[in-house]
Design a protein around this ligand. Structure first.
Ligand SMILES: *[C@@H]1O[C@H](CO)[C@@H](O)[C@H](O)[C@H]1NC(C)=O
Ligand SMILES: *[C@@H]1O[C@H](CO)[C@@H](O)[C@H](O)[C@H]1NC(C)=O
Length: 503
């Protein structure tokens, strides 16, 4: 994809002219297609990582839908509760709309744009659309004060079938939390998502931005006032799928941190300072994902310390530094494991979610450090410079794109060798265009069990990835390795946005 390095023409003048043309071309195009011919096409990967979200869309698809093998689905979501809950994203390879990971995905897509949107070039509008597809839904899910619709679809009914979303005839139960059945985790994350997205739309669509911020304020107040874990209120529906194991305290701090960033209101700053110890900001500093927000809270809030604006948040920076030291490979007591091939590895399945979210934090923190001319000092005099943090993050991205022992890109449709049998109902069943007739619940099983590649290429999907020995089965039943999720891609969009302009 990169311009050829051989220069056409001979002699100084033609060469000069072609260099000038090349410069002009690069000037117009530079953040997108850097000149170096080696390495990965991060811009292509960025484009694909965003396209993936179109494959996860639920509801009525818009005329500008680019992924054509998907069709409208779940058009009656919410009807049994008398509300419109169409839209939003399926979380992964099934057809349930799980609100907790959807909100986290939205927060991370927004953070990707806030920190790295500047270098996304023509992909930026697509990234913004991916956020809006989620926030339009989250606004519907929070339209009634004191209630949040946190999930649509009975996960047992759904998981019992291998069905296209377009055919879905499983139970589309709409689950809610309210004052008597609280869920500060999912409500706190929803408030974080709405607040983060309000920043994305601040100059692009001020009215929409205001709507998002006002809603975030209201949802956060509800989350904070009626405290509890949604896994207690809705145990059967959300466990073991997106059961909040880690507690709701982190989502309250996280929601407040995003509201503070979006609104600059003093009460959120005071809330964070007052609750820092109560809500355990310093716990499990090296975790960051849909369940555990700790490392993210510390990195996000540290930006203000590093910009010299908020010395009162110093302890968050100490935690963030501790997180950085825990991820450095080869340090005396590393807390994060690496595979022999160099991939960050955490037990529990769908490892790539940790790879992308931790790498995102490394890169974001690296930028905050650069801007303030600082480095992180880890024990025994080891210093982690912003450049080192960026290199570690880049190494993880490169592993995902194919620099690994199997020479396999873990992003579908990127490179020549990528997963062909991803655990994804819509991708693995024939498209509606090719097979207009209904494929019922159990009729899908033969496609699930087939050794054939998926007929529909879900371009940009990044799967759970290899196991701790860098081995990858490329087989649908191995869902921990072969299933893509929206929260693997959301932070990757930011990483690719950055590396498509800085190699
Ligand atoms: C934004 O909101 C204002 C006041 O509610 C309204 O007058 C205006 O038409 C809105 N603008 C857009 C673009 O919707
Ligand atoms: C990793 O996967 C390979 C191939 O599927 C398998 O042989 C190996 O036992 C797995 N290792 C672990 C630790 O799960």
């Amino acid at each position: 994809m990169a311009p050829s390095s051989s220069s056409p023409g001979s002699g100084t003048l033609p060469l000069l002219r072609s260099l000038l043309l090349l410069t002009l071309f690069l000037r117009l195009d530079t953040p997108l297609r850097p000149a170096a011919a080696a390495g990965h096409d991060y811009f292509d990967a960025l484009h694909k990582s965003i396209l993936f979200f179109e494959g996860q869309r639920s509801g009525r698809l818009p005329p500008d839908q680019r992924l054509h093998w998907r069709r409208d689905s779940a058009l009656r979501d919410g009807a049994s509760s008398g509300v419109d809950l169409t839209g939003g994203y399926y979380d992964a390879g099934d057809n349930v709309k799980f609100g907790f990971p959807m909100a986290f995905t939205t927060t991370l897509l927004s953070w990707s744009i806030i920190d790295f949107g500047r270098t996304m070039g023509p992909e930026l509008p697509n990234a913004v659309k991916a956020v809006r597809w989620a926030t339009d839904y989250l606004l519907k899910a929070t339209s009634v004060p004191g209630v949040v619709f946190v999930q649509v679809g009975d996960p047992y009914s759904d998981h019992n079938c291998w069905e296209r979303p377009e055919d879905m005839d499983t139970l589309r139960t709409a689950y809610t939390i309210d004052r008597a059945h609280p869920g500060s985790d999912v409500a706190g994350e929803t408030a974080a998502a709405l607040a983060a997205a309000s920043i994305v739309f601040r100059s692009r669509d001020p009215n929409y931005s205001r709507l998002l911020l006002n809603r975030a304020v209201r949802v956060f107040a509800f989350a904070n006032r009626y405290r509890g874990a949604y896994s207690n209120s809705l145990h059967r529906a959300v466990c073991p799928f997106y059961c909040d194991v880690n507690g709701y305290q982190d989502e309250l701090l996280w929601g407040a941190a995003w509201l503070h960033k979006a609104s600059r209101r003093r009460d959120y700053r005071e809330y964070i300072m007052r609750n820092e110890a109560v809500l355990h900001a310093g716990d499990t500093i090296n975790e960051f994902g849909w369940d555990n927000k700790h490392a993210g809270i510390n990195v996000l809030i540290s930006k203000e310390v590093l910009m010299g604006r908020a010395g009162y948040f110093q302890s968050f920076k100490n935690n963030a530094d501790g997180f950085i030291c825990s991820v450095l490979p080869g340090i005396s007591h590393p807390q994060v494991q690496y595979s022999p091939g160099g991939l960050i590895f955490k037990a529990g399945g769908s490892n790539m979610q940790h790879v992308t979210s931790l790498s995102f934090l490394l890169l974001a923190y690296s930028n905050y450090l650069s801007h303030s001319g600082r480095a992180v000092t880890c024990g025994s005099g080891v210093s982690a410079s912003p450049v080192l943090l960026r290199q570690i993050a880049k190494r993880q991205v490169d592993y995902i794109l194919g620099d690994n022992p199997l020479r396999m890109s873990y992003m579908v449709g990127y490179g020549d060798r990528y997963p062909r049998r991803i655990h994804h109902r819509a991708s693995s069943l024939p498209s509606v265009e090719d097979h207009p007739g209904l494929i019922g619940c159990k009729e899908g099983s033969r496609y699930f069990l087939s050794p054939d590649p998926n007929p529909n290429v879900l371009v940009g999907a990044v799967v759970g990835g290899p196991n701790v020995t860098d081995a990858f089965p490329d087989s649908r039943p191995f869902f921990q390795e072969s299933e893509p999720t929206t929260y693997i891609n959301a932070p990757l969009v930011g990483l690719l946005g950055y590396f498509s302009a800085h190699r």
